[in-house]
Structures are given as C-alpha cells and as structure tokens.
Design a protein around this ligand. Sequence first.
Ligand code: C6P
Length: 411
Amino acid sequence: MTALAKLDVAALRKDFPILGRPVRGRPLVYLDNAATTQKPQCVLDAILDYYRNDNANIHRGVHELSERATEAYEGARERLRRFLNAAHAREIIFVRGATEGINLVAQSWGRLAVGPGDEIILSHLEHHSNIVPWQMLRDQRGAVLRVIPVLDNGELDLAAYERMLGPRTKIVAITHVSNALGTITPVRRIIQLARDWGAAVLVDGAQAAAHLPIDVRALDCDFYVLSGHKVYGPTGIGVLYGKQERLEAMPPYQGGGDMIESVSFERTTFNTLPYKFEAGTPHIAGAIGLRAAVDYLEQVGLEPVAAHEHELLDYATQALGQVPGLRILGTAREKAAVISFTLNGVHPHDVGTILDQQGIAVRTGHHCAQPVMERFGVAATTRASFALYNTREEIDALVAGLDKVRRIFER
Ligand code: C6P
C-alpha cells in the first residue's frame, strides 16, 4: 500500500479567498462546513467565466453561445457521472440540492410505487429533508413509516433494521453520513439487506460527498442525492442519481419547457432522460460551478482529504474531551468530521454567539434533525464540522474559545 500524500493545507487555504477575510476583527475560523463549505477560486472563476463568455439558454438555440452553454452544462453532467461512477450520464439529474432530489423521488417514484399499508423505512438519524417528504407521501398514499433505532454511540441498530424489513417494505431512505452526529452508516449492508426483500434504496449523500469516495454502482443503490454547496460548489445545484430503469418508469416531477417531446392541449409526450426531470431553464452556472468543484476536490484527492479530516476529528475529539462539562454526542466507530457537543449549563446559542465574537463559526441548534436530538435528550447542540482546509490550530482556537465561554458563565 502506498502512503497517503499529506495535504499541503497552508497552500490549499490560499485557494479559498474567503478564508483570508477577518471576521469580527479576528482571522476567520470556519468550522461550519456541514452547513456549507467555502468555495475555491476555481469555482468562482468557472461561474464568472460562464456568465462573461458563454451565457445563453441551453438545448434551445442554434447560435454559438447556446451551443457553448449546452456543451458546458452537459459536460458538467458527464463529470458528475464520473464523480459518482454512474453507468450513464442520463442517470444524473440536476436538481436544486439533496432536498429537491428526495422530494422528486418521493413524489414521482413514491406515488407510483407506494400504496396503502406499504412501508417506508427511515432511520432515527435522518435530516428533516429525508423525513418530511416521506411523511407527505405516507399521508397521500396511506403508507406506514418505520424508523431504524439509533444506539447510544450514534450507530444504527442493524439487527432492528433486519427485523423491520419485510414484504411490505417498498423503500429504505437512509443517510450516508449523519449531519448531527457524524455517524457513517453501513449503507452497503443496508442496501444488500433491502435487496433481499426487493425494496428500493435512496441514499442521502448530502454529508458524504465531500468526504468519502462514492461509487453508486458498487453501492448498488437505486437513488443517491447530494448538494453542490456541501462539496465546495455553488448553492442551488445538486444531483439526483437514479438507476436508469427506475427513472424510465417514473412520471415527471414538474411540467414545463425542456421536459417535453411535444405538447398540444389534448396530449403531451415527455422527453427522454435526463431531461424528463429537468423542467424549465436549469441552474446552468451552478452545474458548471459544481463541475469545477468536483474537479478541484478530486485533484486534491478524496483519500488524502478523508485522512486529513480524520486526523482533525481525532485531534478535536481528544482536545474537546478535556473541556470540563463538555459532552460529545455521537461516538460511532465510523465517523465523518463532525463533532456535536453540549456544554454544561450553557445554551448552545450562547456558545455559538460567544465563539462568533472570536471569529469562530460553528452551527448551533437542532441541525434540522430534531428526532435525533430528542433521542439523545437534548433540544440543541453546538456542532463543529471540518473540511480539507481546516487545521489543528483552528481546533486549538475553538478550545480556547470554549474556555472563554466557560469563564463568562462561571462568573
Ligand atoms: N444539512 C446542515 O447544517 P440541502 O439543504 O438540500 O442542501 O441539504 C439538505 C440536507 C439533507 N441531508 C442531510 C444529511 C443534510 O445534512 C442536509 C443539510 C445542513 O446540517 C443544513 S440544515
């Protein structure tokens, strides 16, 4: 085995202009990467270059700019196909983000495939985006939601999952990485088990795509969703991967331009994949920016990124473990670079506000994952989440910041 190249973090940081910006008169310590990552210059350049040189609507014009814009947009699709190792570019649907991807599957696939009494399996770890669309489907179709329990360390109770599966299971919708606890779920195993019952599987990869190499064919999932803004790309763009045979069988999600083959008042016929699911003018610049982002991420290397983030996670777990009164939620054996914690006697919003005064950005609240907060008996936590550009010094700054929080509250 070859040794992993270590990241030159100091050099990489220079790729992200915003990291040089002071916040509240201090150097920015950005530890809110699970909410959204910062953008490297190459992503900003790709977006600007598109608007400055190629801007036109796609798939419609025969003029030079429209052809260039179409080529760039479809090139981005092919690049995302490669990023996820999908078999065909037509299996890559551009959407606004993970949320829209899940809603699309719930409403298009779900309304067709799920009937009264059918079961939808989720886990207790899920983000609201992977709960609410299924509840809406449940209510429309008279289906039943079943929830895989979470163990005290933040791992899923796989034995309970196995018992839950059955002939009524129509879909298992599961997160790849928990945004609130950082747990990496055993998606491969979850998918294999679902296959035994012929159930479809959707994987919510919003928190995974920037940290783990993803291979949808090796996973053998039916659907995989991700958000561009969490993989160093722009907001408002994301990907729904779907197996061709699933997507072919699904009705359109939204109607409008580009998703049709022909329209009359009597009858409309729909376009082929992937256009059937991309009604209206899409986020062309977003797709181009996302392509630049995955180019960047793969050039840096997902494996060294994962190794670096893991090192930060170990360091932070150790350092935060020394802070009196601090409790870490989520200690799964397989964890991504997310640390959620509470500090005795201090509300997370106060922790976040005092850290912000020191230029340290963390997220506080329920992280759009209220059920898992409830499972651990808290209403909210403070969450630090790391990216390829974070350093040990920034974790030291977080620990020093927390000392200050404690001193203020001890007074
Ligand atoms: N989590 C966080 O701070 P959108 O908003 O569509 O880009 O992503 C939704 C989403 C879906 N699944 C998971 C596991 C997520 O973490 C998120 C977004 C952000 O944790 C914002 S709440």
